[in-house]
Every structure is written in C-alpha cells, then in structure tokens.
Design a binder for this molecule. Structure first.
Ligand SMILES: N[C@@H](CCC[C@H](N)C(=O)O)C(=O)O
Length: 310
C-alpha cells in the first residue's frame, strides 16, 4: 500500500461496481474518513492500492455543509454521496455510483427501501431518488441541460473535439447532468474502436469546470421495432481516464442523440458501454422540466480493511 494511505490503517471499505464503473465505498456517518487528494489517488491506484474509478464516502447529510443545505428542503435525504474521482478530484455527481451507493446503504442495513418506494440520496447535484428496477435500480437524475444553450440549439454543437486516433476534429455538444459532458457522434463502430482514449480528448472551448467526453455511435436504424432508441458509447472521464461505463455520460449521450434526431425521437434508450448496458428514459418532471431516469445494475464485490502499508 502506498505511503499516502498508511495513516488510514484500519479503515474498512467495500468494493462495488455498476456496469464495470468501479468504486471504493466507505461507511462514514460522521464524515471523518480521509478525503485528501493523495490519499484518494493512492487508494484508487490499480497497482499499489485497491484500485477503482472513484472513491465514495457515505456520510450523514447532517455531517456535511452541502448535506445540511439539502436537508432544509429535503429532510428525507439522510445520506450524502460524497464522490471523488480516482485522481482525488471532487465531482458533483456519479450516475453509476448513486445506484451502487443505494445498494451499499441497503446491504449495510443503514437505509430501507420498501418495494415500490424511493430512497432519497443527497449529492452535490441535488437530491436523487432511487427505486428498485428489474435486477438493479432506477434513479431520477433530475433535469438535463445544455451547457451552451444558444450554440447547442442553433448549430447542434458548441465545441470542436480532438480525439486520439481520429485525424479530423469533431463537433461536440456539451450537456450538464449536474456534472459536465461533451458528446461527440461518430458514424461507424470502426471509428469508435480505433479512437485512443488513453489520451484525454481536447475540447475547444472546454466547459468552465472541464468535461467528461462521450463518443457515441447511434444504431442503424436508430430506433428498433420496440420503439427504443439505441446507441453505443465509449467515455473518457474527467479525473479518471477511459472507464467501462459512465451513468451520467449515458444520460448526456442519449440526450444529445435524441436532440440531434429531432422531435420524433423516442423517450426510451438503451446505451451499450464496454461494461454492459444501461437504460435511459426521458420523462416530464414534477416541476415541468424534462427529467432523465437512469437504470442499471449495482454489484458489491468485497469488504476489506486497509493495512498500514508495512
Ligand atoms: N462515472 C460516473 C461519473 C463520475 C464523475 C466524472 N468523472 C466527473 O468528473 O464528472 C457516472 O457514472 O456518472
């Protein structure tokens, strides 16, 4: 174990994933577990640490300033998903993470989700509501929005994106799911396969807080006989690199593809990622804005304890 985590000897953790997007979770009701960048990066290191795309503390909302602010209007959001990327940077939201987080709370018996009910979870992107669905969970991710609305609506793009392995820069459309995404459409699976996502794509102009980049190939035909839209996606995540899956990214990818496809595009989508398939459904939210629902599996793999590195 790296020296950066040595002082955390005895910290218990759980390893889990959602469609291969993997996380180290710590039950930390009082918000005392470490969060400093070197610690998180060392813990998430795949060779010298536990290895993961992200580190998630389950903290009681009342123990964090961001959580206390949410409790004012959402008293049911008892638990806060305190998310960090594998490099130690903070992110506002993680779609796969919130499913795994809910599953973790239930397995640790610190939360209850009755059949047909919802679990409210605090995040830096507001409260997300999680319900059971199929063999996993469905999350109301809240509304999506364009990051540069005028450019998006008039031209369907707001940036040019240089992607390793592709000789010409491609148009990008930037969408916020609470965290930032830039979606790039490719014409063929062959192009998707030859892109090099070990290098971070260069987005110009990049959204103010950086961005996650999704490369998508819409299916042909886009919509199947079942009325469901389909697309295939690879992602380079801010603060991580290429990952097997990104839930907020799948929502952004479906939102962009649906926008490009026009008013007849369906509300229901299946997004294939290297780590599996997630479902994305658009619906009218209670406040009159369009919301996105993300569905998919959540798996816990192991519980463990950090040693002192000696
Ligand atoms: N994999 C996540 C997103 C994690 C955060 C992202 N890297 C960011 O910095 O915004 C997901 O499933 O949404």
């Amino acid at each position: 174990m790296d020296a950066a985590v040595a002082g955390s000897s005895g910290l218990t953790f759980t390893k889990g994933h959602g469609t291969g997007n993997d996380f180290i979770l710590v039950l930390d009701p009082d918000g005392l577990a470490p969060t400093d960048g070197p610690f998180v990066a060392a813990l998430c290191d795949r060779h010298r640490g536990i290895g993961a795309d992200g580190y998630i503390r389950a903290v009681r909302s009342s123990s964090l300033p961001e959580g206390r602010a949410l409790l004012q209007t959402e008293p049911a959001a008892e638990w806060f998903m305190d998310y960090r990327n594998g490099d130690g940077s903070v992110s506002e939201m993680c779609g796969n993470g919130v499913r795994v987080f809910a599953h973790f709370l239930l397995q640790m018996s610190v939360a209850h989700l009755p059949e047909g009910g919802e679990l409210a979870i605090g995040t830096r992107a507001g409260v997300k509501r999680v319900a059971r669905s199929g063999d996993g969970y469905a999350v109301d991710m809240g509304p999506w929005e364009f990051i540069v609305p005028d450019a998006a609506v008039s031209r369907g793009m707001d940036s040019l994106v240089a992607v390793g392995g592709l000789d010409v820069d491609r148009p990008g459309l930037s969408i916020s799911m609470g965290n930032p995404h830039t979606v790039v459409a490719l014409a063929e699976y062959e192009e998707l396969g030859r892109t090099d996502l070990n290098r971070a794509p260069v987005v110009d102009p990049v959204p103010p807080l950086g961005t996650n980049v999704e490369l998508v190939v819409p299916s042909d035909p886009l919509v199947g006989d079942d009325g469901v839209g389909r697309l295939t996606m690879r992602v380079h995540e801010r603060g991580v690199g290429e990952t097997q899956s990104c839930g907020t990214g799948a929502c952004a990818a479906a939102a962009a593809t649906r926008f490009w496809a026009g008013p007849t595009a369906p509300a229901q989508w299946l997004v294939t990622v290297p780590g599996g398939v997630v479902g994305v459904t658009f619906f009218d939210g209670p406040e009159g804005r369009e919301h996105v629902q993300l569905s998919g599996p959540a798996v816990l793999v192991a519980h463990g304890t950090l040693l002192n590195g000696s």
